[in-house]
Design a protein around this ligand. Structure first.
Ligand SMILES: Cc1cc2nc3c(=O)[nH]c(=O)nc-3n(C[C@H](O)[C@H](O)[C@H](O)COP(=O)(O)OP(=O)(O)OC[C@H]3O[C@@H](n4cnc5c(N)ncnc54)[C@H](O)[C@@H]3O)c2cc1C
Ligand code: SF4
Length: 479
């Protein structure tokens, strides 16, 4: 008889896992569990429509079900060069539309990628990466996050010479300095980023474009440039009292911890914000020794960023399990300090008010002032791109949307010929798999711009865009 129940993904006891950054909360499927879960799939491939990078999900779930994880990794690599990373932290919107969602639960698509990819220490042994020869073109990538790394991988295996400039001392972008190590272990980052750079990428760490080297220099030296600089400029609330010690922005806080600093957060921590970054900052605080952690958000639970989705529910569940308390509909209006250090926060509770058809707005009830003691406040209130590294001339030439993001064509090229961009600095979804999608598009855009499609090493290694169209009932009718 068919088994429609999703095979449960086990988690480590929350009391145990908060003791260390080295413990992954989510455990791996056993051999039998992984194969059983993959065998539930009906192969309809509807999920591929919801995958920003258009992975062949039905294809790789099938290879997993028949016990061929190497083939699973090969299929994933058609669009994405880090299956074990994505297999842990993808927002997995594909699972939200799985036809089995209400029949035993969606296929564990994200987890099955991890299940397959973790079996291989060296992808070089299972992938037939083309034997490239230099095709006479040099491309520069600015930013070593998932967008930049994906472009670097797919171009270098085709024989393009790629130089990558990264401001930080490590590669990975927010995979390294945003997502904490308990969710994304260092050995997983090392394996997958190492495989990408081993394709011959010329990496320049600690090199901030705009400071250590000018952008103009890069534009003159290379045949094309891809920018994947993400959003690393913190947006603070500016709440009165913000200049005290013990106040951090989550982006700075998580980066410093990821790069090895042991920040003393004291006993009680308040995190301001309601998104994934707030969850990561709160759970990191627990692992740094905080005894009580609160996440305060000005809207309701149902208004939090990323909701509704399985991913948002899982993140909230894992965070609550670890003992973090959420306080909804709360606005801090003053941070209180003593001798220059945060000791508490004054706040109001909010009422949600809907005007016309608009989204309900939080309106503070100012008649009632509330106070909470705390040792640390972390603002997870968003971040933006710092474009100043381009310099005035390029800033003037680059056409931007009213929201301040560069306008790109369908292959990622900006209004400046030869200049491509993608990832968090350019898209609105701001997750890993969307950064990969932008990078896949730009890879093709760059190869076309360089006019080298007929010289590349192997056309089977060009990322596949919009694969789902192949499965759509209307596909082919207009041809
Ligand atoms: C705390 C946190 C948790 C997250 N969790 C998830 C998750 O679970 N799942 C998910 O899918 N997404 C998650 N995201 C979002 C995801 O990490 C991003 O969408 C993704 O990393 C964006 O990739 P990117 O390549 O565009 O930019 P980034 O990853 O931000 O990389 C940009 C790189 O460019 C470098 N750079 C910037 N300016 C310069 C310069 N002038 N010169 C040289 N280098 C420069 C930066 O140092 C950085 O390394 C999370 C983000 C954060 C902050
Ligand atoms: S929607 Fe679900 S059942 Fe259909 S292919 Fe995707 S994972 Fe399999």
């Amino acid at each position: 008889m068919l088994n429609f129940e999703r095979v449960k993904i086990k988690r480590v006891d929350p009391k145990e896992r908060i003791k260390s950054f080295d413990i992954e909360p989510v455990m791996e499927y056993s051999e039998d569990e992984g194969v059983a879960e993959a065998s539930r799939c009906l192969g309809c491939n509807i999920c591929t429509q919801a995958c920003p990078a258009s992975l062949d999900i039905g294809g790789y779930i099938k290879s997993t079900a028949v016990g061929d994880p190497a083939q699973t990794v090969r299929i994933v690599f058609e669009n994405l060069p880090f299956p074990a990373i994505i297999g842990r932290v993808c927002t997995h919107l594909c699972e939200d539309i799985c036809v089995l969602y209400d029949t035993g639960g969606p296929i564990a698509i994200r987890h099955l990628k991890r299940f397959a990819a973790d079996k291989f220490d060296d992808y070089g042994k299972i992938l037939s990466v083309p034997k490239k020869k230099f095709i006479g073109k040099k491309v520069c990538v600015v930013g070593g996050g998932p967008a930049g790394l994906t472009v670097a991988y797919y171009l270098s295996i085709q024989g393009v010479s790629v130089s990558l400039y990264e401001a930080l001392p490590a590669l990975g972008g927010f995979m390294k300095v945003g997502i904490p190590r308990y969710r994304l272990p260092q050995d997983v980052l090392d394996k997958e980023i190492g495989f990408i750079t081993s394709q011959g990428v010329d990496v320049h760490l600690n090199t901030k474009v705009g400071k250590d080297i000018t952008f103009d220099e890069l534009m003159k030296k290379y045949d094309a440039v891809f920018i994947g600089v993400g959003n690393h400029k913190p947006r603070f609330t500016g709440t009165p009292g913000s200049n005290a010690n013990g106040l951090y922005h989550a982006i700075d806080f998580l980066r410093r911890v990821s790069l090895g600093e042991k920040i003393n957060v004291g006993k009680k921590v308040v995190v301001v914000g309601g998104g994934f970054t707030a969850n990561d900052a709160s759970r990191t605080s627990l692992r740094l020794g905080a005894e009580e952690v609160y996440i305060i958000y000005r809207r309701r639970e149902i208004d939090r960023p990323g909701y509704p989705s399985m991913n948002a529910d899982e993140e909230l569940e894992e965070t609550e399990e670890e003992g973090v308390h959420y306080m909804w509909q709360v606005t801090p209006f003053e941070y209180v300090s003593k001798d220059g250090h945060i000791v508490g926060m004054k706040y109001w509770e909010n009422e949600m008010v809907t005007e016309g058809k608009g989204r309900a707005k939080p309106v503070p009830r100012k008649d009632k002032v509330l106070y909470m003691e705390c040792d640390t406040i972390i603002e997870a209130t968003g971040q933006e791109t710092d474009w100043t590294f381009l310099g005035e001339e390029y800033m003037r030439k680059l056409r931007m949307t009213p929201q301040g993001q560069p306008i790109v064509n369908e292959k990622g090229m900006t209004s400046i010929p030869g200049l491509f961009t993608g990832g968090d600095s350019t898209n609105t979804l701001r997750d890993l798999i969307s950064a990969v999608r932008d990078a896949d598009k730009s890879t093709i855009g760059i190869l076309e711009y360089l006019n080298v499609m007929d010289q590349i090493a192997d056309e089977r290694w060009i990322p596949v865009l919009d694969r789902w169209k192949k499965y759509s009932p209307s596909a082919g009718r207009s041809q």
